[in-house]
Design a protein around this ligand. Structure first.
Ligand code: BGC
Length: 434
């Protein structure tokens, strides 16, 4: 039987998760980070939104809270994808000094709630009728035993391919819809002297690209079997072998940029025209805009090859921690502000995502967001709305970290065969069952 995931009480599991995340982050970590205790009136929010675009989006929330008289304090952990941030959060909670709220997602929200670490915001949610404003896919992950313990900010789509139109023109090509077309475009870009694919050396992005390849190569049902149900017969299968081969084939189209090359740098390679394509979720749009590029016009967006009917989602949320009742008012105000209709519009315009509230119109949003909104709804109807494994929406954090690790090593090590990678993926999934 599968053991429930557990971030805090089981010290061994925690130590293992911390060690994995530390290794992934290339981080030497001996004792917990010593954050000084908060002043009484401080609302401390732990998050990993540190890029220019992310910080600009968050500034809107800070302004609201400050206007309501709260003293916002950031506990920022610079690390896209949030692996290191989750490690810091664990450490803060274990040392008895949790933040007022933290940016956590999907399965991790449930893990913290199961361990009785989160504070209820159900009163606000009920008064403001969140149940009628949110799609069930979103509200389900924000509740524990029917009570809201987290406030959702947005819906990011992960399975996007971004294309520089000038590079496309130089290669005399059209946006690819299938993997065959993708490799033909990539070859043409290479011939035209461009780097076909901008790639970042971060493990969460390796996994993000990999999960999209899995949907394109193996199909939606295969993705569900392998990554939602962790079926051994899908994790070790001809479809997975083909997925790994297609994924590895991408490597020869990337520049050798090294591990320090983060997602912001990879996005800049695309916007500057040095690279032709980028596989990444739509948080990249915030950086594109910061570089003066209009998403949908100066940078094209198409679904990752052969995934047009599917939508992999990544929902950012703020979960409230139990802080001895001290911050209750601030937590309620924070929850209310996050779900405010105007805030949802402004935040998501800046962040690159779409609002979680169904009643926010997308008139002011760019064409990529409009397509995202339409595809979110249609894929929900068709059963092809998929929680992103890479972004912690599908499995407990330690399972995700182990799988990130396998895929990153497979990408980095030319000696690792697809068979070995499959066996290690299956092992990573099995480790939870012990
Ligand atoms: C988060 C986004 C964030 C991105 C890069 C994703 O996991 O959901 O909000 O912008 O990582 O840090």
């Amino acid at each position: 039987m599968r053991r429930p995931a557990c971030p805090v009480p089981r010290r061994a599991a925690l130590a293992a998760a911390i060690a994995t995340l530390a290794a992934l982050a290339g981080f030497a970590f001996a004792a917990g980070p010593q954050a000084p205790p908060r002043a009484v009136d401080e609302v401390e929010v732990l998050h990993f939104w540190t890029s220019g675009g992310e910080a600009a989006a968050l500034a809107k929330l800070k302004a609201t809270l400050r206007a309501e008289g709260h003293n916002w304090k950031d506990f920022t952990v610079a690390d896209g994808g949030g692996g290191l941030a989750m490690m810091m959060l664990n450490s803060r909670v274990v040392s008895g000094n949790p933040p007022t709220a933290a940016q956590i997602k999907g399965a991790a929200i449930q893990e913290w709630a199961r361990n009785d670490r989160l504070a209820s915001i159900d009163e606000v949610a009920r008064a403001d009728q969140w149940n009628t404003l949110l799609p069930a896919t979103v509200s389900d992950t924000m509740k524990y035993h029917g009570r809201y313990i987290a406030a959702p900010l947005n819906v990011h789509r992960v399975n996007w391919l971004w294309i520089n139109p000038a590079a496309l023109k130089k290669a005399n090509a059209k946006p690819p819809a299938t993997w065959d077309e993708f490799f033909a475009v990539a070859d043409a870009m290479k011939k035209a002297g461009l780097v076909p694919v901008a790639h970042s050396g971060q493990s969460w992005l390796d996994m993000g690209a990999f999960e999209s390849v899995a949907i394109g190569v193996g199909g939606v049902e295969f993705y569900k079997r392998a990554f939602l149900r962790l079926e051994p017969s899908a994790l070790v299968s001809p479809e997975m072998e083909k997925t790994l081969a297609t994924y590895k084939r991408l490597k020869s189209y990337t520049a050798n940029t090294g591990a320090g090359h983060d997602w912001v740098a990879a996005t800049a390679m695309l916007t500057s025209g040095q690279a032709g394509m980028l596989m990444m979720g739509d948080w990249a749009k915030a950086e594109m805009r910061a570089a003066g590029k209009r998403p949908g016009v100066d940078v094209l967006c198409v679904p990752m090859p052969d995934t047009a009917g599917a939508f992999t989602f990544d929902i950012d949320a703020l979960a409230m921690f139990q802080v001895n009742g001290r911050d209750k008012q601030a937590q309620q105000d924070l929850a209310r502000a996050v779900m405010d209709k105007d805030f949802q519009q402004e935040f998501n315009l800046a962040k690159g995502s779409i609002p979680v509230r169904l009643d926010v119109k997308l008139d002011k949003f760019d064409d990529c967001a409009k397509r995202s909104g339409a595809d979110f709804k249609s894929s929900a109807r068709r059963g092809t709305l998929l929680p992103s494994l890479a972004h912690g929406m599908a499995q407990p954090s330690h399972t995700v970290a182990r799988m990130w690790d396998v895929i990153s090593q497979f990408w980095a090590q030319d000696k690792m065969s697809a068979r070995e990678a499959m066996a290690r993926l299956a092992e990573a999934a099995r480790a939870d069952a012990r």
